[in-house]
Design a protein around this ligand. Structure first.
Ligand code: NAI
Ligand code: MG
Length: 356
């Protein structure tokens, strides 16, 4: 029996609804496979915890998580707690504390889902966005001076290091090499930002020499939004900075049909720490408690987690089940259906059990 320990952090809004669905699906995979066990422990950290204790997670939170093989995360964000507190209190300390420097965001159009672009069918959009996840614009550098006074100043400093850029480039080129098209697009803004972004371009060219079988090109981030929208077929693997990829991957999720289907993996490729798997979307206050949150992103990220844990069979089985369910039109309202979270989850569990 292979065993994996998973720390579940459902956190806020629809987070608990989708992580509950995901945990049920993991349990059904366990039953179906028979030779693997997932020990899921759930932590009540997040905005409720903050209202009680003044912090989003306990001071020794990272120490606690460190012992797990993977982290399965819902979403943070509450209407009455400032977003920078929720984000910097829980999700970012985990990403940064565990040096999860590669944020991997696959996007494709699942069967049964009608994408918003007129001439874009299922085969036309099949991307993986690799987001630098440890530095750049979200390094947390900067400050405020003369707070509240007319002469107040705020700075937000982007940090790009040779080590940080080189390792994310190698990760992206390696991933591109593993995909059939062996095609990588490197995104920057090196016309207007002439220091860190120019270094990013130079390092891309250096690392490219190690991967002669990968074709690659460069795009400025503004032009990239146009290419994603008008020529989605021309893209495959994409690498960009923390901020740029954050924005581009929301666009990618929307072009694939909904944020509710888009997954993301925060990976420590060296496996010194647990990696973290989550849907891209946030806590979605507008639909919290209505039972209609789309659980597909949370299932897809579970498939990424299973891959990372070496459970490729379980991962492929889960994705086949998800695609069968979406293909059969069992969809939540965000992707044009009328099904509830529970109905989609039950259907995926059925498909896991009934397929070979
Ligand atoms: P959001 O992703 O929560 O919601 C955007 C829109 O997409 C909403 O209309 C929502 O109903 C819909 N949506 C999102 N996920 C869905 C799902 N699974 N099924 C169906 N519809 C879905 O982004 P928003 O509204 O900008 O932010 C809400 C809160 O979430 C904020 O506090 C924000 O800071 C936080 N947030 C947290 C993230 C995280 O934990 N990784 C990521 C993004 C936002
Ligand atoms: Mg985002």
């Amino acid at each position: 029996m292979r065993e994996h320990t998973i720390a579940a952090i459902p956190a806020d809004g629809i987070g608990p609804e989708v992580i509950d669905a995901g945990t049920r699906v993991l349990a059904s995979l366990e039953k179906r496979m028979g030779d693997v066990r997932f020990h899921v422990e759930t932590f009540d950290w997040g905005s409720d915890y903050y209202r009680k204790h003044g912090v989003m997670m306990p001071a020794d939170g990272l120490e606690t998580l460190r012992k797990f093989d993977a982290i399965y995360f819902g979403a943070v964000g509450a209407p009455d707690v400032p977003d920078h507190i929720t984000l910097w209190g829980l999700r970012l300390p985990i990403c940064q504390g565990f040096d999860q420097y590669a944020n991997v965001r696959p996007t494709k159009i699942l069967p049964g889902i009608t994408p918003p672009l007129r001439n874009c069918g299922p085969g036309d959009l099949d991307w993986v966005i690799v987001r630098e996840n440890s530095e750049g614009e979200y390094s947390g550098h900067g400050g405020r001076a003369h707070k509240g006074l007319p002469e107040e100043v705020g700075t937000e400093v982007a940090i790009f290091t040779r080590v940080g850029v080189t390792r994310i480039m190698r990760y992206a080129f390696t991933l591109a090499q593993s995909r059939p098209r062996k095609l990588l697009t490197v995104v920057t803004k090196s016309n207007a930002q002439r220091h860190g972004m120019v270094m990013w371009d130079e390092i891309a060219a250096e690392v490219a020499e190690e991967f002669p079988d990968v074709s690659w090109d460069k795009m400025l981030v503004d032009a990239m939004t146009v290419r994603m929208t008008l020529k989605p077929q021309s893209l495959d693997t994409i690498v960009a900075t923390n901020l740029h990829a954050d924005i581009l991957s929301d666009l990618a999720g929307a072009l694939a049909g909904s944020l509710g289907v888009a997954p993301t993996a925060n990976i420590d490729p060296q496996r010194r720490f647990p990696s973290m798997f989550e849907p891209i979307h946030g806590s979605a206050f507008d639909i919290t408690g209505k039972g209609i949150a789309n659980p597909v992103a949370t299932f897809w990220t579970a498939a990424q987690m299973l891959d990372h844990l070496g459970e490729q069979d379980a991962s492929a089985r889960l994705m086949r089940a998800v695609e069968r369910v979406t293909g059969n039109g069992i969809l939540t309202p965000d992707v044009g259906g009328t099904a509830t979270t529970k109905e989609v989850t039950d259907a995926v569990i059925d498909a896991i059990h009934s397929s070979n």
